[in-house]
Ligand binder design. Structure first.
Ligand code: PGA
Length: 248
C-alpha cells in the first residue's frame, strides 16, 4: 500500500517569523496524521521552520532545487545545501515555474536527478493547461511530462519519486478537478510510468493531486483509489484548514 503524502506549498508567502508561527500552530493539529506531512516554505524560512518542527512528524521541503552541486549559478540553491539544512523533499517543475521562469521538461529532469542523488525526494509536478484540456490532449501532455521527468532514472530512484498531478486551471482558482477526472488523469500518469518501468513499479509510486484542494474536498479526493496525497497551496497557509486536509 502507498502511504499518503500531503505537502503544503507555501509559495512566496510568510517571512521567517510568520513561517515559524504557522508551523508551530500546525504541530499539535497534525500530530496523529496517518499521512506523511511535508511543509515547503520559501528558502529563507527553511532554517527557522526546520528548527520549529524538529522532533515532530512534520518534514521539510523546498520549492525548487538546482541541478548542479555547486558553482557559478547566481541565485540558485543546490540539493546538497538543502540536505545540509535537514530538507527531505523538493517540489520540482511546479507549473508556476514552468510558466514564469522558463522551466522545461529537460530542466525538471535534471533537477529531479540531482535531488535524488543528494537523497532528497522530488515532488515532480505535471499537469495540463485549460486550453490543453479543452483540446482533449490532457493525457498526452501528462504522459510526455511524466516520461521526460523520469528520463534516465533507475527503477530504484523512480520508486522514491512523488508526482503531483496539478491541472493548471485548478491552481489557485477555487476550481477543483472532479475527483473522477483527477483519478482518471492520475491513472494515465501511472500508466506512463508503467510503460517505461513496468506496472509493478508504477503501483508503488505515489501520485498526489493538486489544485484548489482544501478542507472541504480533501476527503472525497483522498477516497479515490489512484490519489495518494495532495499538494496544497492556498489552504496550506492556514493551520486549521491544512490540518483538515492532512487528517482527511
Ligand atoms: P492551490 O495551489 O492549492 O492554491 O490551488 C496548489 C499548487 O499550486 O501546488
Amino acid at each position: 500500500m502507498r502511504k499518503p503524502i500531503i505537502a503544503g506549498n507555501w509559495k512566496m508567502n510568510n517571512n521567517p517569523d510568520e513561517a515559524v508561527a504557522l508551523a508551530k500552530a500546525l504541530i499539535p493539529l497534525v500530530a496523529n496524521a496517518k499521512a506523511e506531512v511535508v511543509l515547503c516554505p520559501p528558502f529563507v524560512d527553511l532554517v527557522a521552520v526546520g528548527a520549529a518542527i524538529r522532533g515532530t512528524n512534520l518534514q521539510l521541503g523546498a520549492q525548487n532545487v538546482h541541478w548542479a552541486s555547486s558553482g557559478a549559478y547566481t541565485g540558485e540553491i543546490s540539493a546538497s545545501m538543502l540536505k545540509a539544512l535537514g530538507v527531505s523533499h523538493a517540489i520540482i517543475g511546479h507549473s508556476e515555474r514552468r510558466q514564469y521562469f522558463g522551466e522545461t521538461d529537460e530542466t525538471v529532469n535534471q533537477r529531479s536527478v540531482a535531488a535524488l542523488a543528494a537523497g532528497l525526494t522530488p515532488i515532480i509536478c505535471v499537469g495540463e493547461s485549460l486550453q490543453q484540456r479543452e483540446e482533449g490532449v490532457t493525457d498526452a501532455v501528462v504522459t510526455v511530462q511524466t516520461v521526460a521527468a523520469l528520463k534516465g532514472m533507475s527503477a530504484a530512484d523512480v520508486e522514491k519519486v512523488v508526482i503531483a498531478y496539478e491541472p493548471i486551471w485548478a491552481i489557485g482558482t477555487g476550481k477543483t478537478a472532479t475527483s473522477q477526472d483527477a483519478n482518471d488523469t492520475i491513472k494515465v500518469v501511472r500508466s506512463a510510468i508503467a510503460g517505461v518501468y513496468g506496472a509493478a513499479l508504477a503501483e508503488k509510486v505515489r501520485i498526489q493531486y493538486g489544485g484548489s484542494m482544501n478542507a472541504k474536498n480533501a476527503t472525497e479526493l483522498m477516497a479515490m483509489p489512484e490519489i495518494d496525497g495532495g499538494l496544497i497551496g492556498g489552504a496550506s497557509l492556514k493551520a486549521e484548514d491544512f490540518s483538515k486536509v492532512v487528517n482527511f
